[in-house]
Design a protein around this ligand. Structure first.
Ligand SMILES: C[S@@+](CC[C@H](N)C(=O)[O-])C[C@H]1O[C@@H](n2cnc3c(N)ncnc32)[C@H](O)[C@@H]1O
Length: 276
């Protein structure tokens, strides 16, 4: 059967909700849901509170009351965390059906529109959290702000790099892909396998979620660098769900042993901020 794009994505989402219902009948922990059903229970990128605090600190270094926009925010999982520090932060999401079709309340701070058609306001910071391959609204985003923070999975999420729009990447860091966390949870709790195979698979990592900080106003470079260094030096509180990442070796500033198994020897440690 052929579905048009909208019907197809709605159908996929129905399937995901059905699977979630089934999963809850045998789930070992509610903390697993966000890594197994990232779109409806979490995000497509693995994050900790340290990421939220970095993004907030950058926004507040630009303005004490920053105009903050999350583009393609989905249900707003990450946006909600940001709003604990920047209460006026808003999101734009193209697909209103993700709320209305599934009886989920749409918060008034999430606006349903296509960002590439309608983004005529200026923002202090625009956050773009993991775009689907093929989706590209960079031009609209680039025209609406001087500072962009974007997350992408290397080699999967395209349309997330902004150099060609006059921006310079001034800092970046790496967090685990939700897919790797998902594999670990599935292997340990939901798949029968020998200890030997489990141990072997524990070190395997497939994808990396990258966070890029861009600006086209180079006057912000030093300020952003300073706030990021300051954030990196502070001990951070954690969200409860971070214990899942801790359990599987995705610790802050650690590289675990996985580079033994895949040819990634140049990778920097998880969450370590690199400049330039
Ligand atoms: C891969 S999901 C990422 C959702 C969320 N940021 C996350 O990481 O879980 C991409 C989201 O962007 C939305 N989107 C795609 N094109 C858009 C556009 N032109 N304007 C606004 N939202 C868009 C999609 O509907 C979808 O919710």
């Amino acid at each position: 059967m052929i579905y048009n794009t909208k019907t197809y994505s709605t159908k996929k989402l129905y399937e995901a909700y059905n699977e979630l219902k089934k999963f809850r009948n045998f789930s070992v922990s509610p903390l697993h849901e966000r890594f197994i059903f990232p779109y409806i229970c979490g995000t497509y990128f693995g994050y900790r509170k340290i990421d939220v605090l970095r993004v907030v600190a950058i926004a507040k270094s630009i303005s004490p009351k920053p105009k903050y926009l999350d583009v393609g925010c989905g249900y707003g999982d990450f946006l909600d965390k940001i709003r604990q520090f920047i209460p006026d932060a808003i999101g734009i999401e193209k697909d209103g059906g993700i709320f209305y079709e599934f009886n989920r309340v749409k918060p008034d701070y999430i606006h349903i529109k296509d960002v590439s058609l309608d983004l005529n306001e200026k923002y202090d910071l625009v956050f773009v959290g993991w775009m689907d391959p093929g989706v590209d609204f960079r031009k609209a985003v680039a025209n609406s702000t001087d500072v962009i923070i974007t997350t992408l999975d290397q080699g999967i999420s395209l349309g997330a790099e902004f150099e060609e729009f006059g921006f310079r990447r001034i800092a970046w860091w790496r967090t685990p892909s939700w897919i790797d966390v998902n594999y670990q949870i599935m292997n340990k709790y939901y798949t029968k396998m020998s200890n030997e195979i489990y141990e072997y698979l524990f070190d395997l990592r497939g994808a990396h979620n990258l966070w890029y900080v861009y600006t086209k106003n180079l006057e912000y470079t030093d300020t952003i660098r300073d706030v990021l260094i300051h954030c990196q030096q502070k001990d951070q509180a954690k969200y409860v769900f971070e214990q899942v990442m801790d359990e599987f070796g995705f610790a802050c500033f650690e590289n675990s042993q996985f580079s033994k198994k895949i040819n990634e020897s140049n990778l920097s440690s998880l969450w370590k901020i690199e400049f330039g």
